[in-house]
Design a protein around this ligand. Structure first.
Ligand code: NAD
Length: 329
């Protein structure tokens, strides 16, 4: 397995002020990379300058829109690695108004790829898609060769962007990795609404001593992944030569029920409670059922493994938001 060091390397993170992007920026600075963040701080999404506070004097930040062709050409120049995380991420908005998703997630990705093709075709490109691209699981755990039948516009646009990246990889020789991330939780996610980031939203309700509504019978399963592990996977793949040209799942091998999740949150927080609630019609229509990622491919290719047990990750997340609540509420 050939591993590359990111020390001293120039990297661009689109969506780098958001939840996963900011945690990635902090981790890459710690690894000695020269980090530039692109983020237009879209309202009602996860972008926040507070997220980048620990590294604010060590990174460059650009507030351009991913669809601004001139700025993107300027920003991709000279970058050794480009991590593309800027997305319209609000799942509810994607159903009520599909055009922003199509514009940001599909056209935005194409603009970035075209800039790379013309200005910096030698760069390495890492894309974070979602397990939602699979839709309903045909069998569990879900491997990368499973059928993709997404159940929402957000998921369709992520899959479409992934297909476009495949063309740039195969036809134009742009070295790319397409990751499919499971549900990620942890510090630095937005906490203002429940349109995405369900685990973090449940944590907010528990901290506020409110009732957490668990849809259905609470027995739906998901593999919840702590953000440090997600970031570890992104970096492990980026540094691994044989991950390029591949679609790779990023998840946790131990799925849990939503019931177990909320019981654990309430017991750690020592506040809040939970109750079963009927699905809203929008949620029901988009709900793909039980999900668990098969992560044998990423283990084989990169040697990565998640390290954080659910209880430990939830505990760290609760501590973080109790400490920095005023920046997220
Ligand atoms: N959080 C999860 O559970 C999860 C799961 C699977 C996949 N992902 C993927 O990870 C990536 C990051 O998600 P996140 O949870 O950190 O979301 P987030 O909302 O916290 O971050 C997205 C960032 O993109 C920025 N952005 C949006 N539109 C932009 C534009 N037009 N130009 C420039 N910047 C723009 C936003 O300001 C925000 O900071 C996304 O690609 C998402 O699909 C996340």
């Amino acid at each position: 397995m050939k591993r590359m060091s990111l020390r001293g390397r120039s990297v661009l993170i689109t969506g780098g002020a958001g939840f996963i992007g900011s945690n990635l920026a902090i981790a890459l600075v710690r690894k000695g990379a020269k980090v530039t963040v692109l983020d237009n701080l879209t309202p009602h999404q996860g972008g926040s300058l507070f997220n980048l506070k620990p590294v604010e004097d060590k990174i460059e930040i650009d507030f351009s829109d991913i669809r601004d062709e001139a700025s993107i050409k300027r920003l991709v120049r000279g970058k050794d690695y480009i991590f593309h995380l800027a997305r319209q991420t609000d799942h509810i908005l994607s159903i009520t108004n599909p055009f922003t998703d199509i514009d940001v997630n599909v056209r935005g990705t194409a603009i970035l790829l075209e800039a790379i093709r013309y200005v910096n075709p030698e760069t390495r490109f890492i894309y974070t898609g979602t397990r939602g691209q699979y839709g309903k699981a045909v069998k569990l755990p879900v491997g990368e060769d499973a059928p993709t039948n997404p159940r929402g516009i957000y998921e369709i646009t992520n899959l479409t962007a992934e297909k476009i990246i495949g063309i740039y990889n195969d036809v134009h020789g742009i070295k790319s990795i397409c990751l499919r991330l499971t549900n990620v939780y942890g510090p630095r996610s937005q906490m203002k609404h429940d349109h995405y980031g369900v685990v973090n939203w449940f944590i907010r309700l528990a901290i506020e001593d409110k009732v957490i509504p668990v849809f259905g019978d609470g027995m739906l399963k998901r593999d919840f992944l702590y953000v440090d592990d997600a970031v570890g996977a992104i970096i492990a793949c980026a540094a691994c030569d044989n991950c390029y040209g591949e679609i790779i799942n990023v998840g946790d091998p131990k799925p849990e029920t939503f019931r177990k999740l909320v019981e654990t949150i309430v017991s750690i927080a020592k506040s809040g409670s939970w109750e079963l609630a009927p699905f809203t019609s929008e949620r029901k229509a988009m709900e793909p059922g039980n999900f668990a990622s098969d992560i044998s491919k990423i283990r084989r290719l990169s040697g990565w493994n998640p390290k954080t047990p659910l209880r430990h990750g939830l505990s760290k997340t609760i501590d973080y938001y109790r400490k920095f609540r005023k920046h997220y509420w």
